[in-house]
Every structure is written in structure tokens, then in C-alpha cells.
Design a protein around this ligand. Structure first.
Ligand code: AMP
Ligand code: MG
Length: 281
């Protein structure tokens, strides 16, 4: 376990029994260090993460079918993009399968909601990242009645069965739900309006969505209550402090990769023989 952690991040951030409406979004569960310590540790741990990811990739190149999939959920401004840029950004991009899920296209709408998800699953050896996911189909869809309850209600069980299938196929799921406070969201949205380099992230609809905050909290609560399983648990990350959420996700990914107990793939050639050949070449 990394220093300054009183217990593993995977344990400290477990969603079990947690009331999302009561969450202190500025807390740093399990971590006793301050921001400077957190940032120092993050740099150290990013190097470890990158090494582990390279091992996963190397094994994938040798036919290993296993992969890791980070599923990111959170309201606008929760910091999903920051995780992609700063955490995933520390590993080799050729080993990353990234997918962002927005409002379904007309073609996607003609299919089952898991259709676009299946197409984007990581290949063997890859670190997959979902910026939003199939969970939008029990979040925004539920909050805005995009389909009737009779249609979204069975999705929780369906998602559990789907994820069971993925785990059985060798995909380790790391599910992360990030939460900022309503005030912190306002601060971040204001920044998007005050800084020309952030206009591109602003969507006027984000302001309207704030009126649905309690409905989203209910939907997120139902999501973690009903789809946190032993094989694919949810982690809830207080995200007012960006350094903490980035460190926490780094730790969760390290934990997932270490659980795979990866070695470097063995040589598929005679090393001594190749050295002799090289000498003479
Ligand atoms: P962003 O992540 O800021 O680019 O925004 C993507 C938008 O797509 C968010 O408002 C999501 O709620 C929305 N979205 C993602 N998946 C779905 C879905 N299955 N149905 C409806 N809206 C969705
Ligand atoms: Mg957005």
C-alpha cells in the first residue's frame, strides 16, 4: 500500500452502504496527506501505473486476452476529463482504448443500448477507458424519462449480467463514480464561462441540469445500490479536490493491475542462440 494511505483506496472508496446525498465531496477517504503530499505521491504512483500498464500491453501482444476497463461516471465538471488527461495520460497511448459516450446517434438509437458499449470494449492487453458508459441508460435516461420506467427498471439486472459476462471474458472492471458539490460545480462552470480556453467544455444545458441535482442523486444512489457487485464493485470518489480524485483513480488502477499478477512474457525464441547470431551479424 502506498504511503499516507491508512487503508487501500479500493476499500476506503467502496460504495457499500454509502448515502450519496450525505457524501462530503471535499473529503479524502483513507488518505491522510495534504495536497502537496498527494501530488508528490501521484507522480511516483504514475510511474508504477505506467510500468504495470506496459506489462499488460506486452502480455496482450503475446496473446493474453485479459484487459482492464475503467468506467467513469459523474455529473458535468466532476473531473472525468481530468482523469483521462492526467491519469490515463501517464501511460503509453498505444495501450489505451478510449471511448466517450454522448447522446446516442440515430444509428445507436436503432440498437439496444449495450450495442455501442460492446463495440467499444477493450481488446486483450488494453487499458480501456469509458468516459460515461452504459450507466447513462439508468442515469440521464431515468432522470429525464427518456424511456418509461418499465424499460429502464430491468436494466440494473441486465447490466449486472452483462458485466458478469465481461468479467468471465477476462475484463477487470474498475467502476468509478465521481461527485462534486453543487457549489463546486457552480465554481467550475463559472470558470468555463470566464476562461476562453474553457469555453469548449461549456454546454448551456449543464446549467439547466443543475435543477435536477436531487433526481440525479437518487439515480446515482440506485445505480451504486443495485449494480455494485462482488465482481464489479462501484467506487465513490469525492471529487472537489482534483488532486485527490486523480490519486484515488491511480491507486484503483494499480490495484486492479497488480491483482492480475502479470509477468513479462517469456521469450518465444532461444535467447542464447539469438545472441550468438547477433554477434556474427
Ligand atoms: P459530455 O460528456 O459533457 O460530452 O456530455 C455528454 C452528454 O451525453 C451528457 O449530457 C450525457 O448525459 C449525454 N448522454 C450520454 N449517454 C446518453 C444516453 N444513453 N442517453 C441520453 N443522453 C446521454
Ligand atoms: Mg459536459
Amino acid at each position: 500500500m502506498a504511503k499516507y494511505w491508512s487503508r487501500p483506496a479500493a476499500e476506503a472508496l467502496k460504495a457499500d452502504g454509502l448515502r450519496i446525498a450525505d457524501l462530503d465531496t471535499s473529503a479524502t477517504p483513507g488518505f491522510s496527506g495534504d495536497k502537496a503530499m498527494g501530488l508528490g505521491l501521484l507522480a511516483e504512483r504514475a510511474t508504477l501505473l505506467s510500468g504495470l500498464q506496459e506489462k499488460l500491453y506486452a502480455n496482450g501482444r503475446s496473446g493474453d486476452k485479459r484487459s482492464v476497463l475503467l468506467v467513469l461516471q459523474g455529473m458535468d465538471t466532476a473531473g472525468k476529463g481530468g482523469i483521462v488527461r492526467h491519469v490515463i495520460g501517464s501511460v503509453d497511448p498505444q495501450g489505451v482504448d478510449h471511448a466517450a459516450f454522448s447522446v446516442p446517434t440515430p444509428e445507436e438509437k436503432r440498437h439496444h443500448y449495450l450495442w455501442r458499449i460492446r463495440k467499444a470494449l477493450p481488446r486483450g492487453g488494453q487499458l480501456g477507458v469509458f468516459d460515461r458508459s452504459h450507466y447513462e441508460d439508468v442515469l440521464v435516461v431515468r432522470v429525464h424519462n427518456l424511456v418509461p420506467p418499465a424499460e429502464w427498471e430491468p436494466r440494473y439486472d441486465e447490466i449486472n449480467a452483462f458485466e458478469r459476462e465481461l468479467v468471465d471474458e477476462g475484463i477487470t472492471l474498475v467502476k468509478v463514480a465521481m461527485f462534486v458539490s453543487l457549489d463546486e460545480q457552480k465554481r467550475r462552470l463559472r470558470q468555463r464561462l470566464e476562461r476562453p480556453d474553457k469555453y469548449w467544455k461549456f454546454n448551456p444545458a449543464d446549467i439547466d441540469e443543475r435543477a435536477y441535482w436531487p433526481a440525479y442523486q437518487d439515480a446515482y444512489q440506485a445505480m451504486v445500490d443495485r449494480t455494485s457487485t462482488a465482481y464489479a464493485p462501484w467506487h465513490v470518489i469525492p471529487a472537489d479536490r482534483k488532486w485527490f480524485s486523480r490519486l484515488a483513480v491511480t491507486e484503483l488502477l494499480i490495484d486492479a493491475l497488480e491483482t492480475l499478477k502479470l509477468d513479462w512474457p517469456s521469450a518465444k525464441f532461444d535467447v542464447e542462440e539469438e545472441l550468438r547470431r547477433l554477434d556474427k551479424a
